[in-house]
Design a binder for this molecule. Structure first.
Ligand SMILES: *Cc1c(COP(=O)(O)O)cnc(C)c1O
Length: 366
């Protein structure tokens, strides 16, 4: 029996009746863009995160890009300003920076958590640094109290990339409520996944929220009046309706993920495999369960032979991608080592106890 890495069909099948009812409601309403579903989802998701404003957009990359763009429109950022970002992030975090002609400063992560740490971040600050993009990679929230303090001391903006961390929290405060703004993705495979592309920005800053909303709607805050040269990046009514259903089940799914992770952590005891480090239960929502091994490729092949599907997040760091040729000279040994050694085990609310045991046995037998 194969253990699937992720099974979106099985996950969404559990909520089929609710999803069909929600889709039917939208179809029958005759209103498909910027209507009641989006408005209510934005309120519900803002409440979930514990923040004042949520602005639905077309995807997670736009959530990040439009936030940085809005700060430029507000005069808080300008072309060429330096933005600190973890070097080992998914490339979207960096695309949002370069799309705005800001300068990404790639910082090595903390080896144990894969996230920015206060020390290495502090060391990267120069007089040109204006913002930090704190990525909560694999579902574990970054050390936000320390990063916010550092940002306060240096007058920096903080944008959380919370695309993988819906519901993760520190000190009872959720991802998306710590920074000056946060970008979320609701790509189908994310912990809170739509049935297509979707994203959102969360913030307590009302002016920022209005500008982002206008930027995503052709730069218009009012029909046929354009304040900015905006884009079209809106959350569809039908995706908002899907997300309202999925949000009701998010905490239960996170609980399932935590149970799987705890089982892996307690029972994988192969000395050739390094398990992920986790602070406390609330800080991690286990979007991915990432182990490290010096013999990663052999491990992956062995697991495949045992029917265990795995993936690599990510095979090549952004600075070594063709898209970022100018960065190819930069040496980031830790980031490069992470990309050579990481392997993501099956993770999700779809896994049965038998499948979890099968993964553990296969990993321990290598
Ligand atoms: C998925 C993801 C994004 C981009 O979200 P999309 O909705 O796919 O555009 C950005 N940052 C991180 C860390 C992600 O995992």
């Amino acid at each position: 029996m194969t253990v699937p890495f992720l099974d979106l069909k099985a996950i969404n099948a559990q909520y089929r009746d609710e999803l069909v009812a929600a889709a039917t409601r939208v179809i029958d309403s005759g209103w498909y863009i910027q209507g009641n579903e989006v408005k209510v989802f934005e309120e519900e998701f803002a409440d979930y995160c514990g923040i004042k404003h949520c602005i639905g957009v077309a995807n997670g990359l736009d959530a990040l890009t439009l936030t940085l763009r809005a700060w430029k429109e507000m005069g808080k950022l300008k072309e060429g300003d330096e933005v600190i970002v973890p070097a080992n992030t998914y490339i979207a975090s960096i695309l949002a920076i370069t799309e705005n002609r800001l300068k990404p400063v790639l910082v090595e992560p903390d080896e144990a958590t894969f996230n920015l740490c206060p020390e290495k971040t502090a060391a990267a600050i120069t007089p040109n640094t204006k913002a930090i993009v704190a990525v909560h990679l694999y579902g574990q929230i970054s050390p936000m109290p320390e990063l916010m303090q550092l940002a306060d001391e240096h007058g920096l903006l903080v944008l959380e990339d919370a695309a993988q961390a819906h519901g993760a929290s520190i000190e009872g405060r959720k991802a998306g409520s710590w920074g000056h703004a946060a970008g979320f993705s609701f790509y189908p495979g994310k912990n809170l996944g739509a049935l297509g592309d979707a994203g959102a920005v969360t913030t307590d800053d009302e002016e920022l929220s209005k500008i982002i909303r206008a930027l995503g709607n052709y730069g218009s805050h009012k029909k046929y009046e354009n304040l900015y040269q905006g884009v079209n990046s809106r959350l569809d009514e039908i995706q908002a309706a899907m997300l309202r259903v999925k949000l009701l089940h998010l905490d239960d799914e996170i609980e399932s993920r935590r149970n799987v992770a705890e089982y892996y952590l307690a029972h994988i005891d192969n000395p050739k495999i390094q398990l992920p480090a986790v602070g406390n239960r609330e800080s991690h929502v286990w979007h991915l369960f990432v182990v490290r091994s010096t013999m990663r490729d052999k491990l992956q092949q062995h697991l495949a032979e045992q029917g265990v599907q795995t993936l690599i997040h990510y095979p090549l760091p952004p600075h070594q991608q063709q898209a970022y040729k100018p960065f190819s000279e930069i040496s980031l040994p830790l980031t490069e080592e992470i990309h050579r050694s990481v392997l993501s085990l099956p993770m999700g609310p779809h896994l049965t106890p038998e499948q979890v045991s099968q993964v553990i046995e296969a990993v321990n037998r290598v």
